[in-house]
Design a protein around this ligand. Structure first.
Ligand SMILES: Nc1nc2c(ncn2[C@@H]2O[C@H](COP(=O)(O)OP(=O)(O)OP(=O)(O)O)[C@@H](O)[C@H]2O)c(=O)[nH]1
Ligand SMILES: [Mg+2]
Length: 165
């Protein structure tokens, strides 16, 4: 029987959550880069092991969908916060993390400092200093980063799910 583990993807609009889901779930060499804001929420699934799948739940980042976030976070085993890697975006992400801290009680949180290909981007280490959660650099539009992105999400989650099994 297949088990499903829920991971929530959080972050402002335009951060790259949908792109990250596409990167991890579509085996394409070219990712569509047109911005289509997620309306409400969206999902993708990846495999964790033979009997476990991970449901990636993107919470639409535009502010008019924020009213859903507290509910959408429920039951998540991990939260992945995606941010653009510039100071303004990172400070906004920090504010969001603080605002939803209570809703993520006891759940591991990691951050993805996305769009590292943009010249002058903040390094993951600097983003981590501001966000206070483990932070990893990413270029979600680059299919070469597919495996790295997959590992980011499944490492740790795998240990945790085994403990809970
Ligand atoms: N240069 C660059 N652009 C990226 C990268 N990742 C995503 N984008 C672009 O950023 C835009 C927004 O990406 P989305 O994945 O739609 O953002 P989102 O976080 O899902 O936004 P909402 O659905 O509104 O919450 C798109 O045009 C993407 O192609 C990246 O690593 N580098
Ligand atoms: Mg989206």
């Amino acid at each position: 029987m297949t088990r499903y583990v829920k991971v929530a993807l959080m972050g402002s609009g335009y951060a790259g959550k949908s792109t990250l889901i596409k990167l991890l779930t579509e085996n394409t060499e070219k990712l569509n880069t047109n911005y289509q804001p997620t309306v409400g929420c969206d999902v993708g699934t990846i495999s964790l092991d033979d009997s476990t799948r991970v449901t990636l739940l993107e919470m639409g980042g535009q502010s008019h969908f924020e009213f859903m976030w507290a509910d959408l976070l429920k039951g998540s085993k991990m939260v992945v916060v995606v941010t653009e890697s510039n100071p303004k975006a990172v400070l906004k992400t920090r504010m969001l993390l603080q605002k939803y801290k209570d809703k993520m009680n006891g759940v591991p949180v990691i951050a993805i400092a996305n769009k590292q290909d943009i010249p002058g981007s903040m390094k993951p280490r600097s983003v981590e200093d501001l966000l206070g959660v483990p932070t990893y650099g990413m270029v979600a539009i680059d299919p070469k980063q597919r495996l790295d992105g997959y590992k980011l999400i499944v490492n740790g989650l795998r240990d945790m799910v085994q403990i809970a099994a």
